[in-house]
Design a protein around this ligand. Structure first.
Ligand code: BTN
Length: 253
């Protein structure tokens, strides 16, 4: 923990042997004893959470942690908060791309990281219940946990660094790289005019037929990338629809 604090911009790091969920742990923490930005990581999560009602498979060898911080600490204006998902996803993508062939690592809108059509990392961004100005960013990344030991239904859908590269990566090195990439992306959220071009270059959904479910309706169409505000563009027979939130399923090339 001390080493991570020393090598990064974090004010406080706590690493647990086991917890239900690092996001839930921080959400239940009144934060009175913490200096922010603070990270809580765990070697094992017994109830890792994903977006919506999804769960997160937190196998030994993976990286699972959450960071709580005030966006003002990175000079992120409130008007740019909707960009957090895309920005954080890009940071995780860039970190993973240092261990795997660069061109294989992509962002799946809004904030997953995919390699060869399989999910390697997911993010869960929430506000803190005791102080809604604070964000809790939870990251799950499959590093040395081979999908061979995963539940059957995940094996076709997910992957890990070791499954793609064939060799183990130091979780400590990956974490330190992730922290550097997060700092870089968060600090430039309000100023980087080339961010969306970079995002488009690594966009897994572009050119694919997708189904978008926003919790109420489902629409299907060809994904034409993201627009200047980061909305997903989906071509329907009636024209192009902008999508601001939802779950995306790929149904074809
Ligand atoms: C998703 O893919 O829907 C998001 C997955 C987020 C998983 C991480 S693991 C660390 C943190 N704690 C949780 O319970 N979830 C996030």
């Amino acid at each position: 923990c001390r080493l991570i604090e020393k090598e990064s911009w974090l004010a406080q790091v706590e690493w647990l042997a086991e917890v239900d969920s690092t996001n839930r742990f921080l959400a239940n923490d009144p934060l009175s004893g913490r200096t922010l930005p603070a990270l809580v990581g765990a070697n094992a999560q017994t109830a890792g959470r994903g977006r919506g009602s999804n769960s997160w498979w937190s196998a030994s060898g993976s990286l699972t942690f959450s960071i709580v911080f005030d966006p003002g600490q990175f000079s992120i204006p409130t008007s740019f908060l909707p960009r957090m998902s895309l920005s954080t996803g890009m940071a995780v993508r860039n970190a993973v791309a240092r261990w795997l062939p660069e061109s294989l690592v992509q962002v799946k809108w809004p904030n997953d990281v995919y390699v060869q059509g399989r999910k390697i990392a997911g993010l869960l961004i929430e506000s803190h219940p005791a102080n809604p100005n604070l964000l809790i960013v939870g990251i799950g990344l499959n590093v040395n946990n081979s999908l061979q030991s995963a539940p059957q239904q995940l094996q076709e859908k997910a992957t890990s660094i070791i499954d793609v590269s064939g060799s183990e990566a130091s979780r400590m090195d990956v974490l330190i790289q992730l922290l550097q990439d997060l700092e870089f992306e968060w600090k430039r959220i309000a100023t980087a005019s080339d961010f969306l071009d970079e995002y488009r270059n690594h966009c897994y959904l572009s050119g694919r037929n997708i189904l978008v479910n926003d919790g109420v309706d489902e629409i299907g169409g060809l994904c034409e990338g993201v627009d200047a505000e980061g909305a997903l563009l989906v071509r329907l027979p009636v024209g192009v629809q902008r999508v601001f939130a939802g779950t995306i399923e790929v149904i074809g090339e």
